[in-house]
Design a protein around this ligand. Structure first.
Ligand code: NIG
Ligand code: FE
Length: 453
């Protein structure tokens, strides 16, 4: 890591005016703003109301030799490094030509879980399928057993290295699902651990209630009874402030459209946004259901039909692509990327970090797989972990692009071009990460502690 120290910016001819002073100024940056105002065409899909039509298309909405100023945790000024000479700020960083992007957003994870399923990895390599393992009582249920067996403290400790890996990859906003508790107390335990990790690390955690993930042994042969329980627990956990959104697994090895509809009805009554694991292994039509509910996202979607692509486009539902799960399961059916593109559906990319289908804690690797396996462009991949991932979490007014008034969540990279973020595999390229809330392990320019601690 290059030694790097802030230099105080001393404007010689300018009197410091309190209201124009900024907290932090970054100069000599190359910026992938992902902002339509600077030419990013992918942003116009995110914000159909955006009226800026006279800006020429520029990949990534990039600005060269540019500057960003922040105040009170928000991006407050964007312009050229030259114009920034007239600004005053408490601290100024000369980025020496490094690239700045919105900090990355991992919008679909099962980060909080107990145990390890590398035995299933070995079994699948011998030809046993994911569905067969699930039907034999392994799969999700083996992680349920492991997660139930440990305390909240142990669950926190097992999750922490995964969270640190994501942060070290440039991520400051993470969605974390429950779904390995499958009873009230253990679902609560998972969601509380997710909340505490967010507080302790100062990252933005969005929690998703996924009790409708698998049928627990207590409800064997009584899926409808279990869905009743899922709907009874939801208001209890919501009243405890533990739920930001509601998800379910709609699949022939999980829950039916009718059962998922009941979960969504309850969520809607509580005012909670919904999303769905849909069309991962077969075309159940779950994506159409999410769209009918005006849901945030439909996730996996390898078997998504054209008719439901159209529904998603009309509803503004984000397509969350999970290429690391596709890769791990040796899937061959690709999500309908060309159709999603043609209909203007925003595409996000996420790790889907979980012990079964995606033991992946690198969002950058998921971006690489999105390009190599699904033929996304590197610009789409970056939009998928910034702009469109923000939309998948309902955060599109606050995060995911470099725009005035947006949260100052910034990733600063030692790369030559933005495409390097998708192209390089495994090279730690993050130079610094900042967010108004980031506390532990480190704030700006103190990243080595991400790996040291
Ligand atoms: O997103 N598809 C369902 N849920 C997870 C896998 C969970 C597991 O196998 O533990 C997924 O792929
Ligand atoms: Fe998942």
């Amino acid at each position: 890591m290059t030694a790097f120290h802030p230099t105080s910016h001393k404007p010689s001819e300018h009197t410091q005016v309190a209201e124009s002073a900024f907290d932090t100024l970054y100069v000599h940056a190359n910026i992938a703003t992902m902002n339509a105002d600077f030419g990013c065409t992918l942003d116009s899909k995110n914000n159909p109301d955006n009226t800026t039509t006279d800006v020429a298309a520029i990949p990534y909405g990039q600005l060269l030799d540019a500057a960003i100023a922040t105040r009170a945790g928000k991006i407050a000024w964007i312009g050229s490094s030259e114009a920034a000479q007239n600004l005053t700020a408490e601290q100024t960083f000369d980025l020496q030509g490094r690239w700045v992007t919105p900090a990355l957003i991992d919008c679909h994870t099962h980060l909080v879980y107990g145990g390890n399923r590398s035995n299933e990895f070995e079994a699948r390599l011998q030809g046993v399928s994911y569905s067969e393992i699930a039907q034999q009582g392994g799969g999700i249920l083996s992680t349920v057993t492991a997660t139930r067996a440990i305390s909240a403290e142990q669950l926190y400790q097992q999750t922490e290295p995964r969270l640190r890996a994501l942060i070290g990859d440039g991520v400051t906003t993470i969605e974390i699902k429950s779904g390995y508790g499958l009873d009230l107390d253990n679902e609560r335990k998972m969601l509380q651990v997710a909340r505490k990790l967010g507080q302790d690390y100062g990252v933005t955690i969005k929690t998703t209630y996924l009790a409708a993930h698998a049928l627990p042994p207590e409800y064997k042969d009584n899926a409808d009874g279990y869905i009743d329980a899922v709907c009874e627990w939801m208001p209890i956990l919501h009243a405890e402030g533990l739920i930001d959104a509601v998800d379910a697994f709609c699949e022939n090895i999980a829950f039916t459209l009718e059962q998922v509809t009941r979960v969504f009805d309850t969520a809607t009554q509580l005012g909670l946004p919904i999303k769905l694991h849909a069309e991962q292994l077969s075309n159940m039509g779950g994506s159409g259901l999410v769209a009918d509910f005006g849901g945030l996202s439909s996730d996996h979607i390898e078997y998504l039909s054209e008719a439901n692509v159209v529904k998603m486009a009309q509803a503004g539902t984000v397509a969350v692509l999970l290429p690391a799960a596709f890769y791990t399961l040796h899937e061959t059916q690709r999500p309908p990327i060309a159709s999603l593109r043609a209909h203007g559906v925003a595409m996000a990319i996420s790790t889907d970090c979980n012990p079964g289908t995606s033991p992946c804690t690198s969002l950058r690797l998921a971006m690489n797989m999105g390009c190599t396996l699904f033929a996304l462009t590197p610009e789409e991949a970056l939009a998928g972990t910034t702009l469109h991932a923000a939309k998948a979490l309902g955060l599109q007014q606050h995060k995911g692009k470099i725009a005035i008034g947006y949260d100052a969540d910034l990733a600063i990279w030692d790369i030559d071009r933005p495409a390097d973020l998708s192209y390089l595999m495994g090279k730690p390229s993050l130079f610094a990460l900042t967010s108004p809330t980031l506390t532990t392990p480190a704030n700006l320019f103190n990243l080595p502690t991400v790996w040291q601690a």
